[in-house]
Ligand binder design. Sequence first.
Ligand SMILES: Nc1ncnc2c1ncn2[C@@H]1O[C@H](COP(=O)(O)OP(=O)(O)OP(=O)(O)O)[C@@H](O)[C@H]1O
Ligand SMILES: [Mg+2]
Length: 495
Amino acid sequence: MAEYVGIDLGTTLSGLAYLKPDGNAEIVPNADGERLTPSVVYFDAHEDVKLVGSAARDGGDPDRTVYQIKRHMDDPEYFVEMDGKKWTPAEISALILSKLKRECSRIIGEINDVVITVPANFNELARKNTVAAADMAGLKVRRLVNEPTAAAVYYAHTQAVKGRILVFDLGGGTLDVTILEVDNDSFKILTSEGARHLGGANFDEQLLDIYSAQYKAQINAELCTDERQRRRVLHAAEDAKKMLSKLQRVNDTIGNDSNGIARIDLTREQFEKTVSKLLTRAIMLVEQALAGIKLTTKDIEHVVLVGGSTRIPKVKSALEKHFGKPPKSCGNVDEAVALGAALFAKRSGRVREVCNASYGTLAMLMDAGSGEEGVQNSVVIPKNTPIPCSKTQVYVTSEPNEKVIEVDITQGEDTDPRYVDIIGRIILEVPPNRPAGCEIAVTYSYDENQRVRALVVDKQSGRSQEVAVSYKGKGILSEEELKKRGTALRQLRIE
Ligand SMILES: Nc1ncnc2c1ncn2[C@@H]1O[C@H](COP(=O)(O)OP(=O)(O)OP(=O)(O)O)[C@@H](O)[C@H]1O
Ligand SMILES: [Mg+2]
């Protein structure tokens, strides 16, 4: 039986690694002989067979193929309908995990407990779905760990490093920027910032636009007439993108039977120009991470590259320009996360992580500037607090005879409610006929897997409500709604 196993459940590729008796981690290949398994599932039309991996990716009908399911792990409404059955993102992910468990256990023996990696900015629902997927695949999650943390553990294991490290993880679907301090074998995460929908798949989409434009110019017809053709062009664009990491120019032919074939000509310069806005966003995220903990580029000793998309020369040169020194590859950009997860499985006690967002509620607060009372965002648990942790803020009711206390759950640092997300609401019924000033305690807790819970307690009656906190998308309030909200509570003290 393999005791310490790590799984990188990636947007495009997934991998499993285990800790060998000599203390080093090793990738376990799947039954197709591949070290990494494409995170793609194909539902066969004729037999009740689901293919996972390369066979699914390179196989048949795109309408029956599911790609990049990880991008939907935080969407409670998303499902894939296949032959009348609705598949949730967790169920699709479970098929990928099942293949890894089944095939890798043939080589390293039974696999039960695993560490699974997730993007640093994965929210509660996405984390919960990842655990549920593992459960369905017959795997027990020992811990969830953030992908850049796992990569940093691998980097520090393979190279003797000390000091502040910035991990720049640009994969297929997400960018994660994590800053941490490494001292011998201990890791202190200082902050993480993430951008969803910033990864290799976005570069492919942009190349698809170039392909379509060149095709139209030559053939005077649309290149992508259906989903199947779009997928085919995206594959071609991805291959061209990878070649452009090595070559200055690539030629390709693309087309279809009805409209004919066109010759596509792409240069690296053209590609770099096309993705420059995305790269600027990436550098802005680096700055946001540094600014959040009041550091500058000079405070970073090593910039470490993780993720397949960091092979793009422009990604490296943009970071070199920004930091004034070349970034370092973690050696194995595609496998570092899985290898790090296996190493982490044994030494999780040596890694200290932090909250990845601030949570609070709306309350009546005195504005420091104007001296007037108004609805403000009152942060209970600030971003970058070491985890696991739990913090309580006590509020008082501002009106007499409140029968129901409504506590908004906010995500964000700003005191101005217009600049934070209202991601949920806890409604608590309280005994009637009470004066104003009754104490209401709001507690947020982060567990070691970065899963967040909110608890509201009416101190007098002892009545309480607890919910799992999950990001639900932008909850921007209108001025009118703002006026109606938050009047129930006045901030009192932190416990
Ligand atoms: N030589 C290369 N040049 C450019 N891009 C590359 C190269 N090799 C791989 N990629 C891109 O890297 C991406 C896959 O990287 P990786 O395996 O790190 O992602 P992932 O772990 O599946 O995604 P995520 O971490 O976002 O969940 C793909 O978009 C792929 O096209
Ligand atoms: Mg990855």
